[in-house]
Design a binder for this molecule. Structure first.
Ligand code: NAD
Length: 247
């Protein structure tokens, strides 16, 4: 029996890295997918890849998760195409390294808008317009190990990811009784396009396991959080970081 047979899942940042690996795994487990990303070219190519692999129930929606009208459109299109929603994977994110005294306030706000505010905005619509009515729903958020610990040069990112961890707790507590589960994944350094190529070796050396994680290793944890395998789990954040925060 497939773990997500017939389930409808929205995956933001769903055409690259952790989101794309999760999309492949969810599709193999029988889910119907709404892939959301700001990168249309990559989105169309990825839908073709999934179709060629035999997964036809896939919709791509070009959207900036920090834009209110785009966010509304994601849910309108989901309703039109599939009629329901079971899983929301809030995974889109950006990060960059710049000394805090040099970052403009506008850039700080942009990063927080994408990495934190959008997680709330999408969760609110999923809960209000789908999950409460259905009496069930699952939200998985991608936080980061930098939601637990600090690091120089990425204050906005770290603040946002710390916010995602406590947003996850808060929504988990608020909607537990309504059978809506909300959990988060806190990855360590994962080998995706978000990390500049020339920086990867430096990061490997900081890891107890001396390698970066893979998107596929993250996708397995997302599947756990999105499926009945984690049926008694809510408000929690799982850290999968090759031992980084254990140091
Ligand atoms: N790779 C890592 O080391 C690492 C570690 C911890 C957390 N994370 C988090 O994992 C998530 C996925 O990142 P990834 O590593 O797979 O990187 P990635 O760059 O491969 O994927 C991120 C995707 O999000 C999309 N995106 C960015 N801004 C968007 C916006 N405003 N609206 C819609 N889509 C947008 C990008 O186009 C991209 O396709 C992010 O939230 C990131 O912060 C990554």
């Amino acid at each position: 029996m497939k773990k997500l047979e017939g389930k409808v899942a929205i995956i933001t940042g769903g055409v690259s890295g952790i989101g794309a690996a999760t999309a492949r795994l969810f599709a193999e487990e029988g889910a119907k997918l709404v892939l959301v990303d700001i990168n249309e070219e990559k989105g169309q190519a990825f839908v073709e890849e999934l179709n060629e692999a035999g997964h036809s129930e896939v919709l791509f929606v070009k959207a900036d998760v920090a834009n209110e009208a785009d966010v509304k459109n994601i849910f309108d299109q989901t309703k039109e195409k599939f009629g329901s929603l079971d899983i929301l994977f809030n995974n889109a994110g950006i990060g960059e390294v710049q000394p805090s005294h040099e970052v403009t306030f506008e850039r700080f706000q942009q990063i927080v808008s994408i990495d934190l505010n959008a997680v709330f905005a999408l969760s609110q619509i999923a809960i209000r317009d789908f999950f409460l009515e259905q009496g069930a729903g699952v939200i998985v958020n991608t936080a980061s190990m930098y939601g637990w610990v600090g690091a120089a040069g990425s204050a906005a990112y770290n603040a946002a990811k710390g916010g995602v961890i406590n947003l996850t707790r808060s929504l988990g507590v608020e909607y537990g009784e309504q059978n809506i589960r909300v959990n988060a994944l806190c990855p360590g350094y994962i080998d995706t396009p978000i990390i500049p190529e020339d920086y990867k070796q430096v990061l490997k050396d900081t890891m107890p396991m001396k390698r970066l994680g893979t998107s596929e290793e993250m996708a397995k944890a997302v599947l756990f959080l999105a499926s009945e395998d984690s049926s008694y789990m809510t408000g929690a954040s799982i850290t999968i970081d090759g031992g980084f925060t254990a140091q």
